[in-house]
Design a protein around this ligand. Structure first.
Ligand SMILES: Cc1cc2nc3c(=O)[nH]c(=O)nc-3n(C[C@H](O)[C@H](O)[C@H](O)COP(=O)(O)OP(=O)(O)OC[C@H]3O[C@@H](n4cnc5c(N)ncnc54)[C@H](O)[C@@H]3O)c2cc1C
Length: 404
């Protein structure tokens, strides 16, 4: 491969930048185009939560997180594994560590030093960056069209990698506007939907005003036979947070089908109904229900009031009834929060539309990587891992095509 080959990478997020790195390392002349004034804005936002790069669980369990997309993603993630991602981060000066939940983070818990070092490497490898270039599609001759501050321009590279992201947090650059362009080009695109997202709950006014912004720490949540553990957050609109996101795909689909869904919250997942019943068997005496629950079961005000939201103001009076209420508080979710507040996006370019090199069957020479492909996964590092792995795979597909 020589710099006689020119490749356009459109989208400067993790997937596009990884494709640019692999291509430029093979001496291809790469131009990264992005519609925003700077690259990697969502990656930097992920850094605010500590930048969960990947997860340390064994490969079988890891791959299962991708659900229906597990089979097509398997060879790509096996070719660029979580261990390879850790080695890559460390090669950019970012040592990593495994958190208590098995999640992998840079020790700095920030994205900015990693992104800075990465962009430095890309520059050293000769990658050209063109920001404020909004890709509009192709013209009639097949050239790429970009809207720029100086008007429209065209580009005719030897191959193109599209890494335009999903549609969550659109102010960070990825708006999903590409779905119309690709649909017009004859590519099947599954509707973009929010993933890892919060839900609407019709809280009482009193509960909403008093408890919005307060966390429910280390709760168990379950829905339709699936369960998760972690924190949840009361919001003015409803519920969000890690444990809720973990079940957001089946909850979202159930709400789409029938208008609402009941999420069951276990406020004391480490105690059995028997243990809780024993704790609550102390005489209540003249105490208010609130004081009794606070002292006997160590429930916080937000937890006690959540029980009232779930079970009605008049809580059960027996110790066993209260224990059962604490272990299973049903909260009716009435809607899904909008995609612009979701962590990630489900839907996108159907995986049947690309070959094993992630090249569009309908558009030879055009490869697709990252969140714009139709897969979804929970939080935990699975999102970035798949973005990086598909970026590597698309770049290697480009190299194979250029070589042939
Ligand atoms: C708040 C938050 C926290 C997160 N935390 C984590 C985490 O800890 N771990 C994890 O694994 N994942 C996390 N994610 C998800 C992760 O950041 C994304 O999955 C990932 O950034 C997607 O990478 P991508 O390269 O596919 O797309 P993006 O990062 O969205 O990049 C797409 C790029 O394409 C550009 N673009 C779009 N359309 C055009 C166009 N028409 N022309 C030119 N350029 C265009 C955009 O400007 C953007 O720069 C988080 C997401 C959010 C919102």
């Amino acid at each position: 491969m020589t710099t006689a080959h020119r490749v356009a990478v459109i989208g400067g997020g993790p997937a596009g930048l990884m494709a640019a790195e692999v291509l430029s390392a093979a001496s291809v002349a790469v131009t990264v185009y992005d519609r925003m004034p700077s690259l990697g804005r969502k990656f930097l936002m992920a850094g605010r939560g500590g930048l969960n790069l990947t997860h340390s669980e064994e490969m079988g369990g890891f791959l299962a997180r991708y659900g229906a997309a597990q089979a097509p993603l398997k060879p790509l993630i096996e070719a660029f594994t979580p261990a390879a991602l850790v080695a890559w981060a460390e090669s950019l000066g970012q040592e990593t560590h495994v958190g208590s939940s098995g999640r992998v983070f840079p020790k700095s818990h920030k994205a900015s030093p990693l992104l800075r070092a990465w962009l430095g490497r890309l520059q050293a490898q000769g990658v050209e960056v063109k920001t404020l270039h909004d890709w509009l599609g192709w013209d009639q001759k097949g050239a790429l069209r970009f809207a720029t501050t100086d008007g429209e321009i065209a580009a005719t590279p030897d191959a193109t990698v599209l890494a335009l992201g999903g549609a969550s947090w659109p102010k960070l650059g990825a708006t999903g506007a590409w779905t119309d362009v690709l649909a017009r080009a004859g590519v099947a695109v599954t509707a973009l939907r929010p993933a890892n997202v919060g839900f609407d709950v019709a809280w009482s006014d009193v509960f909403r005003d008093r408890f919005h912004g307060q966390p429910l720490k280390n709760v168990g949540v379950s829905f339709a036979g699936q369960a998760a553990r972690g924190d949840a957050m009361i919001t003015r609109e409803g519920l969000e947070g890690g444990s809720v996101y973990a079940l957001s795909a089946p909850l979202r689909d159930a709400i789409a089908a029938s208008g609402s869904a009941f999420l069951e919250i276990d406020l004391r997942p480490d105690q059995t109904i028997g243990q809780l019943t024993a704790r609550l068997a102390v005489p209540r005496g003249g105490q208010s229900m609130t004081n009794y629950l606070r002292k006997a079961a160590h429930l916080s005000p937000v937890e006690i009031n959540l029980l009232r939201e779930a079970h009605g103001v008049e809580l059960a009076l027996t110790a066993g009834g209260l224990a059962r209420a604490i272990k299973a508080a049903p909260i009716r979710l009435t809607g899904v929060r909008p995609i612009d507040r979701a962590i990630s996006t489900a839907g996108g370019v159907a995986l049947t539309e690309v070959d094993q090199d992630l090249m569009l069957r309908a558009r030879p020479g055009v490869f697709v990587a990252g969140e714009m492909l139709d897969w979804e996964a929970p939080t935990g590092g699975y999102l970035l891992q798949a973005c990086f792995a598909t970026g590597v795979a698309a770049a290697e597909g480009v190299l194979r095509r250029l070589a042939s």
